[in-house]
Design a protein around this ligand. Structure first.
Ligand code: UP5
Ligand code: MG
Length: 212
């Protein structure tokens, strides 16, 4: 908000509200790279809806639904849940949010996820944030987290890292070729990292006014 007067902020809000489809930002990066932490801040400061694919799957896993046991074993193995399940959970959440600016945290994780989202939800992302972080930092952060996640142990962390490199990096390459990726150095304090992200969303506001 710092660079904008109230009048301009109102114009931006109106410009975005005229879009027929929500403004979608995919937030990608290795496990523990800070996606969730930074999404919370972006959501708060720039008024986005934060939808975390992993959280939706963990809720589904604990809900005793027919897919619960399958999701649990896939998460334990650091593999990727079938696209149909995740995309339908995301679609429901996007539609019920009522917010036309959405951050999708930790999805798509492979090419199949990406294609299924485009097919089932019928939109493509406007922007992709990619947090890059060295593996030693990732391992240290996750082992310190201590929130009882079933995948926060060294065996599963190594499998999550392998899945990320093998399956998720090609998705980032795809969007890089489309010119949609904004790469963020995820090392530093939470506030330092947020200061690197902030200009993306402030310039976005400006671009939205220009194209409105
Ligand atoms: N932390 C954060 N920022 C920090 C900083 N700048 N400096 C120091 N510490 C920092 O952060 C991780 C930890 O680091 C926290 O303790 C935080 O305080 C600290 P966080 O913000 O939680 O990082 P994030 O990138 O969100 O890490 P997360 O572990 O949630 O990432 P994953 O991508 O591994 O987890 P997710 O929940 O997205 O997915 C879990 C599993 O679900 C996947 O492995 C997969 O099996 C399954 N899944 C699918 O199959 N499909 C999907 O679409 C999504 C998930
Ligand atoms: Mg997370």
């Amino acid at each position: 908000m710092a660079f904008f007067t109230k009048g301009i902020a109102k114009l931006v809000t109106e410009a975005i509200s005229k879009r027929k489809t929500p403004f979608i930002t995919f937030v990608l990066g290795g496990p523990g790279s800070g996606k969730g932490t930074q999404c919370q801040k972006i959501a708060e400061v720039f008024n986005f809806e934060h939808i975390c694919a992993g959280d939706l799957l963990r809720e589904e896993m604990s809900s005793n639904s027919q897919n619960g046991a399958m999701i649990r074993s896939i998460i334990m193995e650091g593999r990727i849940v079938p696209s149909e399940i995740t995309v339908n959970l995301l679609k429901k959440q996007i539609h019920s949010s009522g917010n036309n600016k959405v951050l999708i945290d930790g999805f798509p994780r492979n090419e199949e996820n990406r294609i299924a989202f485009e097919r089932i939800v019928g939109v493509e992302p406007d922007l992709v944030l990619y947090f890059y972080c060295p593996e030693e930092e990732i391992v240290e952060r996750i082992l310190k987290r201590n929130q009882g996640r079933i995948d926060d142990n060294i065996d599963t962390i190594n499998k999550r890292l392998e899945s990320f490199k093998k399956l998720s990096l090609p998705v980032i390459d795809h969007y890089t070729a489309e010119g949609k990726v904004y790469k963020i150095n995820a090392v530093g304090s939470v506030d330092e990292v947020f200061q690197r992200i902030r200009p993306v969303f402030t310039s976005l506001r400006y671009a939205t006014i220009m194209s409105a």
